[in-house]
Design a protein around this ligand. Structure first.
Ligand code: GDP
Length: 451
């Protein structure tokens, strides 16, 4: 999901990399691209309009931070705005002061409410709660049975108005409002600390359904009303969300079918028009396909920036400005990149954390998880040891490092000669690349690279 949106935004931001301070025209161009990307992702028009206006205003007004290039600054703004719309902090379930906590699920038929009820029950049970499921969807044939199957899979009891379920409240058969009320009473008497009320939906919004949901709400006074919505429904998400928010009143949103090829716009639209946070995500038909929704993670996923923002923050905190300027001056003066510089660069990078972590945080990185797992952190130590075993002269003029010097360096650093050879070979390539960069253009993250 979200692929086309993230691809579009990523290529937009790529064009901003390494450029100087942004002009208003450039900001306009970028904002136009963001607008297109969001519309293509099926985010509702009104939501897009408000979003880009906000991004533009901030991009124009933002203090220019010395350690971020303009592209990174826009990424930061877009990210912060996305996180804000999606609900800011990860929102936890609102638990009642006196048990049971009542959670009501509302949404259109087919949204995934009954499935979600089972998932939520399983999730809460794993956290030590003792949930009871209540089947108030008496409209859809089989909904009660389906909830019972899900309850059984989750190991959670189901209160249902059907013969065969022993309960003193069985008079409720047929009336969803009474079933809901009796379900909560059952939970109280059996000491369940959470009640999850599954309600009926229709294929489209209608007043009768809305009234029934509102009546259930009034009868059981839920602590949470979770609006369940199929992420695939795209532009329609706004109308549906608005209708439920006005007709029933919702406290949180659950997105379902995020495993499909939804373009992801629904998440932004629904969160934006209801002003309610997305709390959970459903990502498949199995009970375990369920996630707590983290707005910040979803925003980075939308941006496909990996954890680049963390990287940006760490760079801001740790980047040694003096060292960066020294390097920039070296490039400007067309001086050679030496092994001492190499050591200094490595130290700068390592200040940001382990290499594994840094590689893992790079957006669009070609490095697979498996390669990352296999990355040998001690290799960095060995490279450092090799350089430290060289004389000052050797570090500045690596060309003089012949066979006997290589053997001495290997011995001094406790590695095999072949490692010294491959290290020098790679350094040679890095040196060539640095030369090219110095004559060609800016070095990302370094002020003053020559354009
Ligand atoms: P309800 O009418 O709102 O109770 O919806 P259901 O829970 O019956 O779900 C409708 C259909 O969507 C069922 O076939 C579910 O298996 C399926 N479904 C529910 N959630 C997901 C999900 O996250 N991913 C996928 N792929 N299918 C889902």
């Amino acid at each position: 999901m979200f692929n086309s949106l993230s691809d579009r935004l990523t290529s937009t931001f790529k064009n901003l990399r390494g450029k100087g301070r942004l002009t208003e025209a450039q900001i306009d161009g970028t904002v136009r691209e963001i607008r297109r990307a969001l519309l293509d992702a099926d985010v509702a028009v009104a939501v897009v309009r408000a979003f880009v206006a906000q991004v533009k205003e901030r991009a124009l007004g933002e203090e220019v931070s010395g350690s971020l290039n303009p592209g990174q600054q826009i990424v930061k703004i877009v990210n912060e705005e996305l996180v804000g719309i999606l609900g800011g902090e990860t929102r936890r379930l609102n638990l009642a002061k006196t048990a049971p906590t009542v959670i009501m699920l509302a949404g259109l038929q087919g949204a995934g409410k009954t499935t979600l009820a089972g998932k939520l029950a399983k999730h809460l049970k794993a956290q030590g709660h003792t949930p009871l499921l209540v089947a108030c969807d008496l409209q859809r044939p089989n909904a009660v049975k389906q909830l019972q199957v899900n309850g059984e899979r989750a190991g959670v009891p189901v209160y249902a108005p059907h013969p065969g379920v022993s309960s003193e409240f069985e008079s409720a058969t047929g009336d969803p409002v009474a079933v809901a009320r009796d379900g909560v009473a059952e939970a109280k008497s059996k000491l369940h600390d959470i009640v999850i009320v599954d309600t009926a939906g229709r294929l489209g919004i209608d007043t009768e359904m809305m009234q029934q949901a509102a009546d259930i709400r009034a009868a059981v006074n839920p602590d949470e009303v979770l609006f369940v919505i199929d992420a695939m429904i795209g532009q329609d998400a706004v109308n549906t969300a608005q209708a439920f928010n006005e007709g029933v009143g919702v406290t949180g949103v659950v997105l379902t079918k995020l495993d499909g090829d939804a373009r992801g716009g629904a998440a932004l639209s629904v969160a934006s028009v209801t002003g309610k946070p997305v709390m959970y995500a459903s990502t498949g038909e199995n009970l375990d396909d369920f996630e707590i929704f983290h707005p910040d993670r979803m925003a980075s996923r939308i941006l496909d920036m990996g954890d680049v923002l963390t990287l940006i923050e760490q760079a801001e905190a740790n980047w040694d400005k003096g060292e960066a300027e020294r390097m920039a001056k070296k490039f400007a003066d067309r001086e050679d990149f030496t092994l001492d510089d190499f050591l200094a660069q490595m130290a700068q990078i390592r200040k940001m954390g382990s290499m594994k972590k840094i590689l893992g945080m790079m957006p669009g990185s070609q490095i697979s998880r498996q390669q990352l797992e296999q990355f040998d952190e001690s290799q960095m130590d060995r490279i450092e040891a090799i350089v430290r075993s060289m004389t000052q002269h050797e570090r500045v003029a690596p060309k003089i490092i012949n066979g006997s010097r290589r053997a001495r360096i290997a011995k001094g650093s406790g590695v095999h000669v072949s490692e010294v050879n491959s290290m020098l070979e790679r350094f040679g390539e890095a040196q060539k690349m640095m030369k090219k960069l110095a004559s060609g253009g800016a070095i990302p993250g370094m002020p003053g690279g020559r354009g």
